[in-house]
Design a binder for this molecule. Structure first.
Ligand SMILES: *Cc1c(COP(=O)(O)O)cnc(C)c1O
Length: 551
């Protein structure tokens, strides 16, 4: 017998012919006439892009998604098996390696309920290793709980743990893997994005008996698409994948996941995770003040675990208010797990916990704008000065938009993946349109904002920008540039950018610039725009700054 995977796999699984031979052969001939799989030649009767290729069976292991996941987690595609969510990866591992009645799986308690579910479904034996009173995971007590088990095939360790939120020291996981060379240690990193713990994905790619599970359900907002993966040594992954059905990944889900993982989305995803982490701390602090909360545990997930007095009363109140949370009395008496939601959802939750809520009307927006020429994701928050992270693909323009954010005193996260190999035109214009749309959405009904203008000198140059957030787009631009470009940035685009901003913001924007140096003149325009915007968007009370009562 050779590899660890072959030694540990169920004999039935080893005897299986891999399912995907026929599919892979068909894939090998590009544009082949596909008469091999009894598909319907006509696309389904659904709208537009959704219909593309849905009449065809998907790739068993979609190559583009696999590559995107491998890149995301810093491993090679051969280390990745794509699954319908991490749930399916749990099932796959148990079915590939555990013989019914004979083999055992160790889990921690309390932890994610799906491990025990799939182990029971397979008829394998379940060994439960309790976590400490504070829910901490430590290798030594875990190893003591499984000592003497001869057929321990898998150990699941949830990091951070669900439902209790505690982070797990990766060295403790590696210690278990080293101590149990004939057991596959599966580190479930479903919530790792929200923690400060480093990932074990790189270790899993090298270590013969370590597997890491990942999911796009939590940090990437794709729970409904069902996309996750297992990461491990290629041989182990190939044998585990035999337990999957022939075409596990729906092509619609694959397309959604590939789009969500495209480079232009990275910065906004990261910003969302940061926001959820900040909100988690804020929420934890405020829940501590609830009259019914006994304890809030520290959490590395997008949720908090609490212990409350009188859980049944809380459950009734939650029901009457239409709020769903997860009661976990088996994890701890009065245990409740609450997910971090939007500001409004969090306030409603606090209310139900008897914490007086702070009415907030956040002025934020996220805009996605994709064309054949550019893919853009932008997030703005008008009430926070940071972060400012701008990557348009045109460095000088990054600098200009950063000036708008810095002088405007608000946060812009913008990432553009555009055809800058042709020139900057599309990226510059489309970023302005996406940013303007985001600003307009963040301003909402414009309650408390004003009309404003600003004049700004910059050495010999001078720029004046007047803004009226009137709802009526109009742009006036007075000024000429001598040079055709500044770096990769064509000077004629400045006029264009302000027109695009006016159109997408629904604002009147008047720009007047003169001077000698085109760099100074351009920069003065953007800075003055930021300054004017800073004043225009400042909230002063609740009144609409218009006699019409609507802007
Ligand atoms: C949510 C969750 C999963 C499953 O994620 P899916 O990809 O949606 O199946 C796996 N493990 C843990 C600990 C989870 O909480």
């Amino acid at each position: 017998m050779s590899s660890l995977a072959e030694r540990l796999a169920r004999p039935e699984v080893l005897a299986l012919e891999p399912f995907d031979i026929a599919a892979n052969n068909a894939m090998a001939i590009p544009d082949a006439i596909r008469l091999d799989a009894n598909e319907n030649p006509f696309p389904p009767l659904i709208d537009g892009a959704l219909a593309t290729n849905v009449n065809r069976y998907p790739e068993p292991q979609p190559a583009r998604l696999k590559a995107a996941l491998a890149a995301l987690y810093g491993v090679e595609p051969g280390n990745v098996v794509v699954t319908r969510g991490a749930d399916d990866a749990i099932d796959m591992m148990v079915r590939a390696f555990c013989r019914p009645q004979t083999d055992a799986v160790a889990i921690c308690t309390p932890s994610f309920s799906a491990y025990a579910h799939f182990v029971r479904l397979q008829g394998a034996r379940l060994i439960e290793a309790p976590l400490t009173a504070g829910f901490d995971f430590a290798a030594d007590p875990f190893l003591a709980a499984v000592s003497g088990e001869r057929n321990l095939k898998i150990a699941f360790i949830c990091t951070p743990n669900n439902p209790t939120g505690n982070e797990v020291d990766p060295n403790q996981v590696l210690k278990v893997a080293a101590a149990l060379p004939n057991t596959i240690v599966v580190a479930d990193e479903a919530y790792l994005d929200f923690s400060s713990t480093p990932s074990l994905a790189g270790d899993a790619a090298r270590c013969p008996n370590l597997v890491v599970l990942k999911t796009l359900s939590k940090a990437y907002g794709l729970a409904g698409a069902r996309v996750g993966c297992a990461i491990g040594e290629p041989d182990l992954m190939a044998i585990a994948a035999r337990a999957l059905p022939p075409y596990p990944m729906p092509s619609l889900s694959v397309d959604a996941a590939v789009l969500a993982l495209s480079p232009s989305r990275r910065a906004v995803h990261q910003e969302r995770v940061e926001r959820l982490k900040t909100d988690r701390s804020r929420l934890a602090e405020r829940l501590q003040g609830s009259p019914i909360v006994r304890r809030v545990y520290p959490s590395g997930g997008n949720f908090l675990f609490l212990e409350v007095d009188d859980a049944p009363a809380l459950a009734a109140r939650m029901r009457s208010m239409g709020i769903r949370v997860r009661f976990r009395p088996n994890a701890a008496p009065g245990g409740v797990r609450v997910t971090i939601g939007t500001d409004a959802e969090n306030e409603a939750l606090l209310n139900a916990f008897g914490v007086t809520s702070e009415p907030s009307s956040p002025r934020r927006a996220e805009v996605i704008r994709d064309t054949k020429e550019t893919e853009i994701a932008v997030a703005v928050d008008l009430d926070r000065p940071r972060p400012r992270k701008i990557d348009t693909g045109v460095p000088f323009y990054d600098h200009m938009l950063d000036q708008v954010a810095a002088h405007g005193g608000f946060s812009i996260v913008l990432d553009c993946d555009g055809d800058t190999e042709i020139d900057g035109h599309h990226s510059i214009e489309d970023c302005a349109l996406a940013l303007g749309t985001a600003l307009s959405q963040a301003l909402g009904d414009k309650r408390g904002i004003r009309r404003f203008g600003f004049t700004l000198p910059m050495d010999e140059a001078q720029a004046q920008v007047l803004i009226d957030l009137s709802g009526r787009p109009y742009c006036r631009f007075e000024g000429e540039f001598a040079a055709t470009s500044i770096g990769e940035y064509p000077t004629q685009m400045t006029r264009h950018v302000f027109r695009s901003l006016a159109d997408s913001m629904g604002a009147a924007i008047h720009v007047k610039v003169d001077g000698e140096n085109d760099h100074h003149k351009t920069e003065a325009c953007f800075k003055a725009f930021g300054r004017a915007l800073r004043d225009a968007i400042r909230r002063e009370g609740d009144a609409l700054p218009s006699t019409k009562g609507v802007l």
